[in-house]
Design a protein around this ligand. Structure first.
Ligand code: NG6
Ligand code: CA
Length: 506
């Protein structure tokens, strides 16, 4: 009798322990946030691409939510990432434009950030990939010693990054505040004003380049791995990455982070460099898309996501892991190198029927692919709700029942039900930022404020949406923003510009 009772007791305890465990998992799923660089609204099969195959991301799209109206806050990298991390519109703060590779950290270390929110909830947080939010307190810094503050001071327990963009020096990895493979005999120096050291430059030695820089784009300073970069560096020969290997190194580090943290809740921000320039994927993808190196880089990106999905499955944690996938801004073809993106486009439409592209206040600048999957918890669906990446921080705070203070994530809105596919009700109003101007969307109407910037970025051949006249588009009837209805609807122009002003004054 005693034995039976005892066994029953053990059984019940095990049952409760299991219930407690699964309850804990439902409250604190792992989050793998995959953030890619310059991928356009039309670049994936699930968003209508036919010339390029993205089977892994298509599978992810089928298993979760595919958003048709999701946005980066901005049409370039640094501001979009700043907003995603802090929940503050980047145009509120000066110095949040595209940063040089030697910039100081632009996120104040006392701000609540997306990763620090997860940290407060007991998650282990990791960052692997592109950073582009600055390092250290000053532009002048010694790259050969601890570089701080950086990602580890704004919420990440672990970081393995490159500082800015793949086309900017220093072309090195930084792991937990230290450049990887430092060599005291060959110290690293970086300068964005003038040449330093004896390394050849793209300008002086174009014959050494394996991929030519596009005329007038710059990208002709220090040559690293046969590619001209923006900015000058010397030293650190052992530390410099090889472009063909760099994304595979990131993949290895991302997998290591997942493996190390498989038994506890983790948040991994995995920021891929593809398909940003210089596009130099590994040999196994070169020439495989038939669309030039940009297409090949997208194949590599898709494969990488597939690798992460299989790892989660092999570890048996896929049901307890939410995957978010999105891009930091819209697409660009020629962004600095003659890589075949224009000449071998082959009818592919990275902007997917939208106007503009990277840098633009038109839709293709900020409307990006966004997928969210959480097996068993999120139903497969397509969501047309308007959401912004700026909303993740308030939404996850809500998920954790954490009340935000007034100065925390001030422009982030709780969109949890939208992000979990439980509600089609997105934002009522959203501000979108191009390179010179901002636009506001309310319901079906989009208003672009007048400004004196150039109408086209001639270097990249993208319409920027700048005009000294107000622009008003009906996004329901005119997704491609072809008919400016500002003169027909002065009352709407007045209403929307008033709301925009109100948000700016907040
Ligand atoms: C631009 C670069 C472009 C790219 C971009 C940053 C020139 C002419 N163009 O200034 O090549 O590096 O900055 O892209 O230098 S982003 O996706 O990180 O915002
Ligand atoms: Ca980008």
């Amino acid at each position: 009798m005693i034995r039976v009772r005892y066994s029953l007791f053990i059984l019940m305890s095990l049952l409760f322990a299991y219930k407690g465990y699964s309850q804990k998992n439902a409250d604190r799923p792992n989050v793998v946030f995959i953030y890619v660089d310059d991928l356009g609204y039309g670049d994936l099969g699930s968003y209508g691409a036919t010339k390029i195959k993205t089977p892994h991301l298509d599978k992810l799209a089928k298993s979760g939510i595919r958003f048709t109206n999701a946005h980066a806050t901005s049409a370039t990298c640094t501001p979009s990432r700043y907003a995603l991390m802090t929940g503050q519109y980047p145009w509120r703060k000066s110095g949040t434009g595209i940063l040089p590779g030697d910039a100081a950290l632009i996120i104040p270390t006392d701000r609540l950030t997306l990763p620090s929110l997860f940290q407060q909830k007991g998650y282990k947080t990791g960052l692997v990939g592109k950073w582009h939010l600055g390092l250290g307190n000053t532009v002048q810094k010694n790259w050969n010693q601890k570089i701080s503050p950086g990602p580890n001071e704004v919420g990440f327990n672990y970081s393995f990054i490159f500082p800015a963009t793949a086309d900017r020096v220093p072309t090195v990895f930084v792991e937990n505040n230290y450049v990887v493979a430092l060599d005291a005999k060959d110290p690293i120096e970086v300068n964005y004003n003038h040449k330093i050291g004896n390394d050849p430059t793209g300008l002086e030695n174009p014959e050494l380049l394996k991929m030519q820089s596009s005329p007038n784009h710059g990208h002709n300073n220090t040559i690293v791995n046969g590619i001209g970069r923006i900015g000058y560096m010397s030293g650190g020969k052992l530390a410099r990455w090889t472009d063909e290997e760099m994304p595979l190194t990131f993949l290895t580090k991302a997998k290591e982070f997942i493996e190390t943290n498989k038994a506890n809740p983790f948040f991994l921000f995995y920021a891929l460099t593809e398909p940003h320039v210089p596009r130099m994927p590994s040999t196994m993808f070169k020439g495989k898309s038939g669309l030039g190196l940009r297409g090949d880089a997208i194949l590599q990106l898709d494969w990488t996501v597939g690798e992460i999905m299989s790892q989660l499955q092999n570890l048996g944690i896929e049901k307890n892991t939410m995957i978010v996938f999105s891009s930091d801004n819209g697409p660009v073809l020629d962004d600095g190198y003659e890589d075949g993106a224009v000449t071998q486009l082959n009818g592919h439409t990275p902007w997917g029927g939208l106007r503009g592209g990277k840098y633009s206040t038109y839709e293709a600048g900020t409307r990006v692919p966004m997928l969210i999957s959480w097996p068993g918890k999120i139903k497969a669906q397509v969501s047309d709700a308007m959401v912004s990446q700026i909303d993740f921080i308030a939404s996850f705070a809500h998920f954790f029942n954490q009340k935000l203070k007034t100065n925390e994530a001030p422009d982030s809105e709780n969109m949890l039900n939208v992000l979990l596919g439980k509600s089609p009700e997105g934002r009522k109003v959203l501000v979108k930022q191009g390179i010179n101007s901002v636009a506001i969307v309310k319901g079906e109407w989009k208003y672009i404020e007048p400004n004196a910037g150039p109408s086209i970025n001639k270097l990249v051949n993208i319409e920027l949406a700048n005009s000294t006249l107000p622009q008003l588009y009906n996004l329901n009837a005119d997704k491609g923003e072809q008919n400016n209805l500002a003169t027909q609807h002065p009352e709407l122009v007045k209403e929307l510009s008033g709301i925009l002003q109100g948000i700016k004054d907040k």
